[in-house]
Design a protein around this ligand. Structure first.
Ligand SMILES: NC(=O)c1ccc[n+]([C@@H]2O[C@H](COP(=O)([O-])OP(=O)(O)OC[C@H]3O[C@@H](n4cnc5c(N)ncnc54)[C@H](O)[C@@H]3O)[C@@H](O)[C@H]2O)c1
Length: 268
C-alpha cells in the first residue's frame, strides 16, 4: 500500500476531468488514496488516471454527469465495487454562467443549480451507506468566494455557492453521529478552464485578470493545487475535530475592501 496521509482510503471526486478536481485527484493519489475520477469527459480523466497509475498510485475514471441522480449513484457503487469501500467524497464539479437574472430561462437556472448544488445532495445521499461503514469518513464540498459575497452577472452561481455553505452545515450536523465530517473549501481566483471561460466573456481575458488581481493582497491567482491542498486537509486526519465549517483559499481577496491593495502598488 502507498504511504501518505490518505493511505488505505478510497476517494470519489466529481469534476475530476480538469482544474481543481484533477489536481485533487493527483494530490490524493500521491498521499496514498485510491481515487475515482468522475466527470463527463471520461477521455480526459482516463489520461489522468493512467498517469496516476504509472506513478504507482491507484485510480480509475468513471463517466458521470452530476446533474443526473442515477449516474451519481452508479458511479459511487462502481467505486465501491472496484476499490472495496468509500471513505471520502469530494463534491467539486461546478459550472458558471455569466448573465444577469432577467436573461435566464427557467431551464438554464435549474441546470446550473443541478450541477452546482443538487449534485451534492445526490452524491451525499448515495454515498452515506458506504461512508457510514467506517469509524470516520469525510465529505468536502467546493464552494467559492461567491459563497460569501456577490459577483456581477452571476446570480445563479452566487446563489448556488451560498447554498453550498448551508448544505455543508446541515450534512455536518445530521451525520456527525455516524462519524462523518463535512466541510467546505471556498476558492478565490484559481487558474482553471472555468476561470478562463469566465474571463474570455469580458472580451479581454488578460486585462480582466489583471484588473481582478489588483484587489488580491497576495497579488496572484491560485493554482488548482493550492486549492487541492485544502481539500486534502479536510479529507485527512490533519483536520480531525473540524466539521461544518469552511476554509477560504483566496490569496486574501475577501479581506480587501480597497481596489488597489498596497501589495500591488509596491509591485507596480
Ligand atoms: N476557478 C476558480 O476561480 C473557482 C473559484 C471558486 C470556486 N471554484 C469552484 O471550483 C470547482 C471546480 O472548478 P474549476 O475551477 O476547477 O473549473 P473546471 O471547469 O476546470 O472544472 C469544473 C469541473 O466540473 C465538471 N462539470 C461541469 N458540469 C458537470 C456535470 N454536469 N457533471 C459532471 N461534471 C461536471 C467539468 O467537466 C470540470 O471537470 C467548481 O465547483 C467551481 O465553482 C472555482
Amino acid at each position: 500500500m502507498k504511504e501518505g496521509r490518505l493511505a488505505g482510503k478510497v476517494a470519489w471526486i466529481s469534476g475530476a476531468t480538469s482544474g481543481i478536481g484533477e489536481a485533487a485527484a493527483e494530490l490524493f493519489a500521491e498521499e496514498g488514496a485510491a481515487v475515482a475520477l468522475t466527470g463527463r469527459r471520461v477521455d480526459r480523466s482516463r489520461e489522468t488516471a493512467e498517469r496516476i497509475r504509472k506513478s504507482g498510485g491507484q485510480a480509475m475514471a468513471i463517466e458521470c454527469d452530476v446533474s443526473r441522480e442515477e449516474e451519481v449513484r452508479s458511479s459511487l457503487a462502481k467505486t465501491v465495487e472496484y476499490f472495496g469501500g468509500l471513505h471520502i467524497v469530494v463534491n467539486n464539479a461546478g459550472m458558471v454562467q455569466v448573465k444577469q437574472l432577467h436573461e435566464y430561462t427557467e431551464d438554464e437556472w435549474d441546470y446550473l443549480m443541478a450541477v452546482n448544488l443538487k449534485s451534492m445532495f445526490f452524491a451525499t445521499k448515495h454515498a452515506l451507506p458506504f461512508l457510514k461503514e467506517h469509524r470516520e469518513s469525510q465529505i468536502v464540498n467546493v464552494g467559492s468566494i461567491s459563497s460569501f459575497v456577490g459577483q456581477a452577472a452571476t446570480p445563479a452561481y452566487t446563489t448556488s455557492k451560498h447554498a453550498v455553505l448551508g448544505l455543508t452545515r446541515s450534512i455536518a450536523l445530521d451525520y456527525a453521529g455516524d462519524g462523518i465530517r463535512c466541510n467546505c473549501v471556498c476558492p478565490g481566483i484559481t487558474l482553471t478552464p472555468m476561470l478562463q471561460e469566465h474571463l474570455e466573456k469580458t472580451g479581454d481575458a488578460d486585462a480582466a485578470l489583471s484588473a481582478r488581481l489588483k484587489r488580491v493582497p497576495l497579488g496572484r491567482s491560485l493554482t488548482p493545487r493550492d486549492v487541492a491542498k485544502s481539500i486534502l486537509y479536510f479529507s485527512c486526519d490533519d483536520s480531525a475535530g473540524i466539521t461544518g465549517t469552511s476554509l477560504v483559499v483566496d490569496a486574501g481577496y475577501l479581506t480587501a475592501a480597497e481596489w488597489n491593495t498596497p501589495t500591488m502598488e509596491k509591485k507596480q
